[in-house]
Design a binder for this molecule. Structure first.
Ligand code: FAD
Length: 412
């Protein structure tokens, strides 16, 4: 029955596209229909702030699979169509255009939307955010030679756009409300490292900068701060986080917290409905009973595998350690784990030389590793987290010892 079930996937993004492909890979034979409100086949977003913005990747290169793949695998992709409501008792969804699609299993993969800034002037032209291809096209068009770019928000998207805009030779100012960059998502040593790298590349960074409003006639001409500072600009990018697109789930009465609550099979409070990707509020077994909402590609693909296994009756996939990456200038950052209960940080290597890692420990256990230009530290840290290995902080800090060998000696 499960192999023949009719599946509707809402959202043609990274999670939705991967779910459809994985279901077929695992032998699912029933109908699969992906409904996406964008005019594109399922695509990857990471290059939007990086290669795509710099002009070194085109739209076709973003697609997870080409049109032939969906045709050959009998996966229907309905683009530019949005699901308006879910009728759980009748097991069907209604599209905004009126079409009704019945399902045996429904997959919610509606992702997240860029958070807006509710400040005066926010409707002026050339104030942009970055979530999808169309946003990236608008931003690319706005980043004309000689223009001044103000980036509100010093998180990953803001920093990646700053690096890309500098690569295009533009003047860039980052406006961050907190005392440092990456305040919600990275450690102090890592944030300081990126601050220095960006400054070396000519980015102006303002921290503790509280924005009051945007100024301009038709298009934005300045970002104004509460202390009276005025940052003149031709383009403003707002990168202040994202919110789960969970209205459909809430409307259908599914249990939601910070996103749609799911179990280890990515199943929601309705056994016929799954929720995956940025939208979901999910368990993270390497950290016990914790629930988290993550915005990363590995999270989307892991949950796609979880639901595919549950639908076709395969054993649940092995527990994974959450991870994430970011590329800025020549630096490749890789982060594994989440800093739950961390009580100590060990810095290994040299931030000055751009090759180092920050290990976050709880007791002698690694809970997170942030590795800049040091992939071996990332791999070792990820294994330590997965295996709950007890490590020696002293050995971890000693670069003459390989990170993977920094295990605490077991007493006889
Ligand atoms: P999405 O990819 O956002 O897909 C959701 C889709 O559902 C969207 O197309 C949306 O329009 C559609 N949708 C929503 N509601 C409806 C509806 N009612 N009907 C029909 N369709 C609907 N992650 C990393 O790990 N590393 C990176 O370097 C990285 N860089 C990033 C850079 C940028 C600029 C962005 C925006 C994200 C980046 N991410 C990165 C995060 C990563 O792209 C996301 O975690 C991933 O896309 C999540 O996949 P998703 O399918 O849950 O959501």
């Amino acid at each position: 029955m499960s192999l023949e079930s009719k599946i509707v996937i809402i959202g043609a993004g990274h999670a939705g596209g991967t779910a459809a492909a994985t279901l077929r890979e695992y032998g699912h034979r029933g109908a699969i229909c992906i409904v996406g409100d964008e005019p594109y086949l399922p695509y990857q977003r990471p290059p939007l702030s990086k290669a795509f913005l710099k002009g070194s990747a085109d739209t076709a290169s973003l697609f997870l699979k080409n049109a032939a793949f969906y045709a050959e695998n009998d996966i229907e992709v309905r683009t530019e169509q949005s699901v308006a409501s879910i009728d759980r008792s009748a097991r069907r969804v209604t599209l905004a255009g009126g079409d009704v699609l019945p399902y045996d299993f429904l997959v919610l993969a509606t992702g997240a939307r860029a958070r807006q800034l509710p400040v005066p002037g926010a409707n002026l032209g050339n104030i942009l955010s970055l979530r999808g291809i169309d946003d990236a096209e608008r931003l690319k068009k706005a980043l004309q030679p000689g223009c001044r770019v103000a980036i509100v928000g010093g998180g990953y998207i803001g920093l990646e756009v700053a690096a890309s805009a500098r690569a295009l030779g533009l003047e860039v100012t980052i406006i961050e409300r907190e005392a440092r960059l990456l305040a919600r998502v990275a450690s102090e040593p890592l944030a300081r490292f990126f601050e220095r790298i960006h400054q070396q590349h000519g980015v102006r960074i303002l921290c503790n900068a509280h924005m009051s409003h945007f100024e301009g006639d038709r298009d934005v001409s300045a970002v104004c701060l509460e202390d009276g500072q005025r940052i003149a600009c031709d383009v403003a990018l707002v990168g202040v986080g994202a919110q789960p697109r969970d209205e459909l789930a809430r409307g259908a009465g599914l249990h939601c917290e910070n996103g749609v609550a799911v179990d280890l099979d990515a199943r929601t409070s309705d056994p016929a409905i799954f929720a995956i990707g940025d939208l979901s509020w999910r368990p993270m077994p390497v950290y016990g009973e914790r629930m988290v909402r993550l915005e990363s590609v590995p999270n989307a693909t892991e949950q796609a595998r979880q639901l595919a296994c549950a639908v076709v009756g395969k054993p649940r996939p092995a527990v994974e350690v959450p991870w994430f990456w970011s590329d800025q200038y020549e630096v490749k950052l890789q982060i594994a784990g989440l800093p739950f209960d961390a009580d100590r940080q060990v810095v290994r290597g040299s931030p000055e030389q751009g090759r180092f890692a920050v290990f976050h420990l709880h007791g002698n256990r690694v809970v997170t590793v942030e590795a800049a230009g040091s992939p071996l530290d990332f791999i070792a840290g990820k294994q330590f987290i997965l295996n709950r290995t007890e490590v020696s902080p002293e050995k971890l800090a000693d670069v003459s010892v390989k990170a993977k060998d920094a295990v605490l000696a077991v007493r006889a």
